[in-house]
Ligand binder design. Structure first.
Ligand SMILES: C[S@@+](CC[C@H](N)C(=O)[O-])C[C@H]1O[C@@H](n2cnc3c(N)ncnc32)[C@H](O)[C@@H]1O
Length: 229
């Protein structure tokens, strides 16, 4: 296994969270893979944020997502911008075969990745083509003691990519640790996530962490580019 770089930053609680955002490292990696005129598949496209960001450079972009309302929004945004070469399909990316939607030169994803998606990307991409994505790292929100089912450690991701037929070329851990001055400040910062975290048991775990004197929150993702062998 290679030793991949880790970029760690401490951030002020007042700054807007980057959770869910489209990061510059991923965009730079995708652009470095060469977009000019290429056919791109964006997996877990949501409202098409990544697909639309690549539209001006790519030849054709297809975004897929299981969420019908998000796909409707993505279609509307593409229509409003007059982007006839950007289309959106409602589909379960862990179940469908991507090949009938293609052919594709590049598969991308922002925060939607799993073993079945990697396997399907490998089946649709020709040798030499790239898969580039950001996904949650197992240390995402580590203070809640619960890793997302979509989170990867670098070691497991590397193994999954290799066994699917990809050669990892870039695998970077981007991590931000927010330090709160008080438990109250942490609760205020997390107000928007409270209902979701309460439902999954994360909120109670984070309260226990705060009660024990903890005052941090880790946001961590992997930024990856891998090439089809
Ligand atoms: C964190 S959001 C990211 C959305 C988008 N990539 C972006 O950057 O704004 C994750 C997205 O993955 C989608 N998703 C999750 N599981 C999926 C699946 N099996 N097939 C297709 N989409 C899926 C969700 O509906 C959601 O829109």
């Amino acid at each position: 296994m290679e030793h991949w770089p880790v970029v760690r930053r401490e951030v002020e609680p007042g700054r807007a969270s980057r959770h869910g955002a489209l990061g510059p490292t991923l965009l730079a990696l995708i652009r470095a893979a060469g977009l000019g005129g290429k056919a791109v598949l964006d997996v877990g496209t949501g409202s098409g944020r990544l697909a639309l960001a690549l539209a001006d450079e790519a030849g054709r972009v297809v975004g897929i997502d299981v969420d019908a309302r998000a796909i409707e929004t993505a279609r509307r945004l593409a229509r409003e911008r007059g982007l006839g070469h950007v289309t959106f399909v409602e589909a379960d990316a862990e179940r469908i075969d991507y090949r009938p939607l293609g052919p594709f030169d590049l598969v991308v994803a922002n925060l939607c990745m799993s073993d079945p998606i990697i396997e399907r990307a490998a089946r649709t991409l020709p040798p030499g083509a790239c898969l580039a994505f950001a996904c949650f790292h197992t240390e995402q929100w580590r203070e809640t003691g619960q890793a997302s089912r979509f989170a990867y450690s670098p070691e497991r991701l590397e193994a999954v990519l290799r066994s699917a037929g990809f050669e990892p070329e870039h695998l970077e851990v981007e991590q931000e640790v927010i330090r709160f001055a008080s438990a109250e400040e942490a609760r205020r910062h997390l107000a928007g996530l409270r209902a979701k975290w309460a439902a999954s048991g994360r909120w109670a775990a984070y309260e226990a962490y705060l009660a024990g004197g903890g005052r941090a929150l880790t946001e961590s993702r992997l930024i990856v580019k891998a090439r089809r062998r």
